[in-house]
Design a protein around this ligand. Structure first.
Ligand code: CTP
Ligand code: CA
Length: 226
C-alpha cells in the first residue's frame, strides 16, 4: 500500500518543523555538535508544504534549500532554538521536533580562541544542561495542538522512545535507530517506528527520507481529522 499525501490535505494548518544538530560554541572557532544532517527535518517540511500547510522550518546550519514558500528561521544553539520554537509554537497547529538538540553546552564560551600550552596534555571541559525544549512546550500546549518528537536511540528503541512520549507529553514520537550506518543520522535513507501515546506502533520499511516524511504527513493528516 502506497501512502502519499493528498494535495491540500493540510491547507490552513500552520506547522513548525525543526531540523539539524545544534551547535554549542566553545570559543570563536569551535563548537560541540552531533551527526544530525537536517535531511529528515527538511524532508518533513517539504512534505507538509506539498500537503498545503503554512510551514516554518527552524534549522541549524541549513545546507539544503527548502522548497519555495517555506519560511526559514536559522539558529545555531539549543537556547536559540528554544526561543524560536516558543515564539512559533503559539501560532502553530503542529510541531515536529526533528532537530537533534545538544543536551549540554560548554559552561563558558571563551571570547578568544583557546590556545594549547606546552604543559597542558589534557583538558577538561565543563558542560551545563540545556533546557528540554519539548518539556517546555508541554507546559504551554493547548488542546488540539499536535506535538511530535523524535527519539534517537542506539539500543532499546521502543522502550526508550515510549518513556520519552510520556516524559515530554507527546502525541507521537518517531523512533529512530541510529546505531546502523546507512539509515538515520547523516544518511539519505531512514527506517522508523511511529509510536503513539496509546501504544500503537507503525514500523516503516527502509526508505528515502522524503518517503518517510510522506508517511508521517499521512498519519498526521488522519490524526487531525479525529
Ligand atoms: N529534545 C528537546 N530538547 C532537548 C533535547 C531533546 O526538545 N534539550 C527533543 C528532540 O528534538 C527530540 C526529542 O526531544 O524530538 C528526543 O530527543 P533525544 O535526544 O532522543 O532524547 P532526550 O530526551 O534528550 O534523552 P537522551 O538523549 O538522554 O536519550
Ligand atoms: Ca538528547
Amino acid at each position: 500500500e502506497k501512502l502519499l499525501p493528498q494535495k491540500g490535505r493540510l491547507a490552513g494548518k500552520t506547522v513548525v518543523v525543526t531540523a539539524g544538530g545544534t551547535r554549542e560554541p566553545l570559543d570563536p572557532v569551535r563548537y560541540l555538535t552531533n551527526h544530525s544532517s537536517g535531511k529528515m527535518g527538511f524532508a518533513i517540511a517539504n512534505a507538509f508544504k506539498q500537503a498545503g500547510a503554512n510551514v516554518t522550518l527552524i534549522a541549524v546550519n541549513p545546507l539544503i534549500t527548502p522548497s519555495v514558500g517555506i519560511k526559514l528561521i536559522q539558529v545555531e544553539t539549543a537556547l536559540e532554538l528554544l526561543d524560536a520554537v516558543q515564539q512559533q509554537f503559539i501560532h502553530a497547529d503542529i510541531l515536529v521536533m526533528a532537530a537533534a538538540v545538544a543536551d549540554y553546552r560548554p559552561a563558558k564560551v571563551a571570547d578568544k580562541k583557546i590556545k594549547k600550552t606546552a604543559d597542558n596534555q589534557t583538558m577538561a571541559l565543563e558542560l551545563v544542561r540545556n533546557p528540554d525544549i519539548l518539556q517546555k512546550i508541554a507546559t504551554i500546549k493547548k488542546p488540539g495542538q499536535l506535538v511530535i518528537g523524535f527519539a534517537a536511540e542506539t539500543n532499546d528503541l521502543i522502550s526508550n522512545a515510549t518513556k520519552k512520549i510520556q516524559a515530554k507529553n507527546l502525541d507521537m514520537i518517531v523512533a529512530n535507530d541510529v546505531s546502523q550506518t546507512g539509515i538515520g543520522f547523516n544518511a539519505d535513507n531512514n527506517q522508523v517506528t511511529f509510536l503513539f501515546a496509546d501504544g500503537k506502533q507503525i514500523k516503516t520499511a527502509v526508505e528515502s527520507k522524503p518517503r518517510i516524511a510522506d508517511q508521517l504527513i499521512e498519519i498526521i493528516s488522519k490524526q487531525m481529522q479525529k
